[in-house]
Design a protein around this ligand. Sequence first.
Ligand SMILES: NC(=O)CC[C@H](N)C(=O)O
Length: 386
Amino acid sequence: MNKPALNKPAILALEDGSVFHGTAIGADGQTSGEVVFNTAMTGYQEILTDPSYTRQIVTLTYPHIGNTGVNAEDVESGGIAAAGLVIRDLPLIASNFRSEQTLSDYLKSQNVLGIADIDTRRLTRILRDKGAQKGAILAGPDAEGEDAVERALEAAKAFPGLKGMDLAKVVSCQAPYQWSEGEWDLGSGHADAPQGEHPFHVVAFDYGIKRNIMRMLASRGCRLSVVPAQTPAAEVLAMNPDGVFLANGPGDPEPCDYAIKAIEQLLETDIPLFGICLGHQLLALASGAKTVKMSHGHHGANHPVQDLDTGKVMITSQNHGFAADESTLPATLRATHRSLFDGTLQGIERTDRPAFSFQGHPEASPGPRDVAPLFDRFVAMMQARR
Ligand SMILES: NC(=O)CC[C@H](N)C(=O)O
């Protein structure tokens, strides 16, 4: 059974003074972070393990979360990265042929807090109207006692906020590694992708990289060397890459000066560059544009994004709270995509060399695949340079 037997209390408090009382479904204790809502109807496991959610507490607008349990194959990184989970209802039973553990047990085993049985519609309306909020969850014994609400509110207000926070270097790998696993398949799972005689050597900066991005590159004939976020450009060039990939990642892109400097230097070469999410924002910054903090960001799996050249609309998965500011693009950058929700810049390319980037990202197995052609484009750029 999924339901906590003892109905342990949990409290969620926001910086604006809002308080929600619910049930603890994960670890006991206290957590704080920026509270954001995600509108995806599926993929809670990919969301929780996306390193870009570091220091964020995620509430899912879809009411039933946990139905399909969790499994070892669908993780996007080594474990849960989100600072906490907020849901309406945890179903009684987790049922799926791939399920290995319940969501509740998974949260507990990773020492991550979760709160259920709260009005996530009320919460989402607050976040939509006031913007992402600093927040805190208290769960279990911490949520008991007369002063529990006061402590929760204090913890919420004490969170410093993500603006100015450099988290890429915090979540990045500490040493380089190789990646060869390809995209998931029902029969073979995550087998190593077959590589031709001359695979493209891609050096990927790990700012908080999601595994499925690496899989999509590997499945397109790339041999990946993943390097820590603070690796200098000279070290990357010494690895003789066919292309360089700039990963997604958490936090504010602006303070990542080491990354911006390395990208500036790589932009002086003719090596193709491809960036996603944080990597997109860093390419913009390294090219002379600016980034801004959005009010509640984009977090979901069905965001329409328009290709400005063809007019075609892609359905994309999104998770970002910062954005490259289109009004600051220098002459060397061209806008290629925009959000059809709110007009936010979603894609750019350099006009003077092979480099481009995109704000949305690919999800693991069930997610939208409209971004796949961007990966093909990167491979075509590397092919053209050979
Ligand atoms: N998914 C990402 O890479 C997010 C980038 C950045 N941390 C943001 O919130 O905008």
